[in-house]
Design a protein around this ligand. Structure first.
Ligand SMILES: O=P(O)(O)OC[C@H]1O[C@H](OP(=O)(O)OP(=O)(O)O)[C@H](O)[C@@H]1O
Ligand SMILES: O=C(O)c1cc(=O)[nH]c(=O)[nH]1
Length: 178
């Protein structure tokens, strides 16, 4: 089984939940994909890293991250998968709000100014979260080469409106929900 097939099986088995949910955007939904259950699973996180690297292989970025919290384990999985392949990849965390003490940084990690970066998410429904990260990255002087998410849940039109390249190994149709 390929990494891509294996990760999809893990997502279906471990992350998809049925019920009544309120999403980040305030919209209601009858299913939810809790990707933290795979991105923080010690057996599955390495797969997440490899699949996301493969999906974005041609984009020429050297740092990856997104809006905390969903993006964080995606970015670190990619950092470690890249290291295993002999490639240097830094990660960063975009805070939801700036910090009033310490260094008062909105983006934590190695400096992103002047660098080609990839903005990631675990899933994108409206694109609001990942586009917040894109805005913060641009304000910090980074060049955002693309947006990537594990599971596209509806954000594609909004991300396209912004003129951004959008990569995702899976979309809702792949989950086989009935
Ligand atoms: O495309 P959107 O409409 O923005 O929705 C997707 C976002 O929702 C979830 O995070 P959530 O807002 O629940 O916060 P968390 O990452 O802190 O758990 C998910 O991890 C994405 O970040
Ligand atoms: O839109 C969201 O908030 C959302 C949807 C989903 O399936 N999973 C998730 O973590 N967030």
């Amino acid at each position: 089984m390929s990494d891509r097939e294996e990760l999809l099986r893990e997502i279906k088995d471990k992350a998809v939940v049925h019920g009544d949910f309120t999403l980040s955007s305030g919209k209601k939904a009858s299913w939810y994909v809790d990707l933290r259950r795979v991105t923080l699973d010690g057996a599955v996180a390495p797969l997440v890293g490899r699949v996301m690297l493969d999906e974005t292989d041609d984009l020429g970025y050297d740092a990856v991250g997104g809006l905390t919290l969903g993006a964080d384990p995606v970015a670190t999985a990619m950092l470690h998968a890249a290291a295993a392949r002999g490639r240097r990849l830094d990660a960063f965390v975009v805070r939801k709000a700036g910090k009033a003490h310490g260094l008062q940084r909105r983006i934590e990690g190695p400096d992103v100014a002047g660098r080609r970066v990839l903005a990631v998410e675990d899933t994108s429904t409206t694109g609001g979260s990942v586009l917040t990260a894109v805005e913060a990255l641009r304000e910090a002087g980074a060049e955002v080469v693309a947006v990537a998410t594990i599971l596209e849940r509806g954000a594609a039109p909004r991300i396209a409106e912004e003129g951004l390249v959008y990569r995702h190994p899976y979309a809702v149709e792949d989950l086989g929900l009935s």
